[in-house]
Design a protein around this ligand. Structure first.
Ligand SMILES: Cc1cc2nc3c(=O)[nH]c(=O)nc-3n(C[C@H](O)[C@H](O)[C@H](O)COP(=O)(O)OP(=O)(O)OC[C@H]3O[C@@H](n4cnc5c(N)ncnc54)[C@H](O)[C@@H]3O)c2cc1C
Length: 469
């Protein structure tokens, strides 16, 4: 592997500004970068961001992209929206970090390997879909974690209706019209609800298809849907899904997955071409390249989000186990939510600045504001600040919260326009075909096989140092 040190030439030897490197342009990374840009003068430090994409993805609205209520662009917030943004952006992904040498190894989008030295490192690479050792799972399941996955699933679901409509074989028709979503958290529940609504409206345009053949399954090994909502609201959500004809199976998982059928752990065999896997997340594989202490895969950090034993290294968001001081329980860590990631982003920027200026660091503390769950149309359940809401009031709270949380004015306008258009004109059923015949399973979208081992990182960084003398 041949490496270059990006930016060395333009920095030259005479510039001694501290280098702050932020990895990941999600909720946590972007909040951090924007605050650093605002609070630091340009000659106080150089800020660099490593990100494979040129946008920040508003993940909570991803199920609405899958169902076509929102266009993909409306939840992809440009990182170059303003001329005031002065951060240098490296288009690529970090594939390893050598904490001793203070070097981050980056694979650019053209597959060039670049060594990026830093003085301060902020790790915010988020998480990837958590999978288990279930036969056939990674080869046959789709995830719901990236914009490409959401766009792909939308096309895939509509193509199942098209293929079923064209088929003369009753068995094929039945299998193409069954859909399985695994994961009864908010991501899985919203995905099943929004996509069921799409197929329910679409089937009216397919006069040869019997609507009764369309069947959605939502399964989870846990005994309850979205336990964070509490018993009553969880049951309300389940009731909405049942009313819509979604079969909810709790205490059940997948025993085996194949291209044309899925076997549940209760023995049922469901003929289907659609398995959507949303059963939780794990920290980005980048964290394992550090060879540092983790808590269930997330990097163990202090309440100030620093990495013990490594000067100038911070981690936050889904990839870090940040102690949840507001909970006040021994060992509690913040859940992997956008709500925490955004606030941690601001707090970590303040702590990086404090370190730079020799000021004391502040611990992160935030009390959960609750949860909003959009089930499509007028259906929703929400618990803002502990108040239980159902139906239209819950939907107003859910959409109002997301609308408020979108970072840019243009994203707010795009999302509001899409919602209005969908409410007035209904769903549309266009299959774009952009991703047709491409590999489309979990690893193809989440690039989980691109990372180095800690030994490879060390060997690589050592090997690319200029020879002494
Ligand atoms: C379908 C769905 C619905 C959700 N709904 C809600 C909700 O309603 N409310 C809520 O609070 N939370 C919700 N979440 C969770 C929330 O989106 C995450 O907790 C949040 O995105 C975490 O922020 P983050 O910055 O840590 O990671 P992310 O926002 O995922 O950002 C990580 C960024 O790092 C980039 N990256 C990854 N690997 C690398 C690498 N090696 N090098 C460089 N960059 C890298 C990624 O491309 C991404 O841009 C939902 C999640 C999903 C998937």
């Amino acid at each position: 592997m041949k490496a270059q040190t990006a930016g060395a030439a333009e920095r030259g030897n005479d510039v001694t500004r501290p280098r702050i490197l932020v990895v990941g342009a999600g909720f946590a990374g972007v909040e951090c970068v924007r605050r650093l840009e605002r609070k630091l003068s340009p000659d106080e430090a150089d800020v660099t961001l490593v990100t494979p994409f040129s946008y920040q993805l508003y993940l909570p609205l991803l199920p609405q992209v899958a169902s076509g209520v929102l266009t993909p662009q409306s939840i992809a917030l440009s990182l170059r929206r303003s001329a005031r943004y002065r951060t240098r952006i490296i288009p690529g992904g970090a594939i390893g970090v050598d904490l001793k040498a203070k070097v981050c190894v980056v694979r650019t989008i053209t597959d060039r390997i670049v060594n990026e030295p830093y003085d301060y490192l902020v790790l915010a690479p988020g998480s990837v879909t958590r999978t288990f050792d279930i036969p056939g799972l990674t080869d046959n399941a789709f995830g719901m974690k990236t914009l490409a996955e959401a766009a792909y699933i939308r096309d895939h679901v509509i193509s199942q209706l098209d293929l079923a409509d064209a088929s003369q074989d009753p068995a094929e028709r039945a299998s193409r019209l069954q859909f399985v979503v695994v994961g009864g958290g908010y991501a899985g529940t919203e995905t099943a609800a929004c996509l069921q609504k799409l197929t329910h409206s679409a089937v009216r345009r397919y006069p040869r298809l019997d609507p009764k053949l369309i069947k959605w399954h939502l399964i989870d090994i846990a005994p309850k849907l979205m336990p964070e909502l509490g018993d009553k609201l969880g049951r309300s959500a389940q009731e909405v899904l049942r009313r819509r004809g979604i079969e909810v199976s709790l205490g059940v998982s997948i025993a085996k997955a194949g291209p044309e059928e899925v076997t549940f752990t209760d023995g049922r065999v469901v003929p289907t071409h659609t398995l959507i896997w949303t059963a939780g997340v794990v920290a980005s594989p980048l964290i394992a390249t550090l060879d540092a202490e983790t808590v269930r895969g997330r990097l163990a950090v202090t309440p100030e989000m620093t990495l013990p034993g490594s000067d100038g290294v911070f981690a936050l968001g889904d990839s870090a186990a940040v102690p949840d001081l507001a909970k006040g329980e021994e060992g509690a860590v913040c859940p992997p939510t956008a709500q925490h990631a955004m606030r941690q982003g601001k707090a970590v920027a303040d702590n990086v600045i404090a370190t730079l200026r020799g000021a004391p660091l502040q611990p992160y503390e935030h009390k959960d504001l609750g949860l909003v769950v959009d089930l499509g149309g007028r259906d929703a359940v929400s618990k803002p600040l502990g108040v239980e809401l159902r139906g239209l009031p819950a939907q107003v709270a859910a959409r109002g919260y997301h609308w408020w949380a979108l970072r840019t004015g243009v994203a707010k306008v795009r999302v509001a326009t899409n919602w209005t258009l969908n409410a007035l004109a209904g769903d549309d059923f266009v299959r774009t075909g952009f991703q047709a015949r491409r590999p489309a399973k979990l690893k193809d979208f989440e690039y989980t096989d691109t990372y180095l081992t800690p030994e490879q990182v060390r060997a690589h960084v050592e090997g690319s140092r200029p020879a002494a003398g």
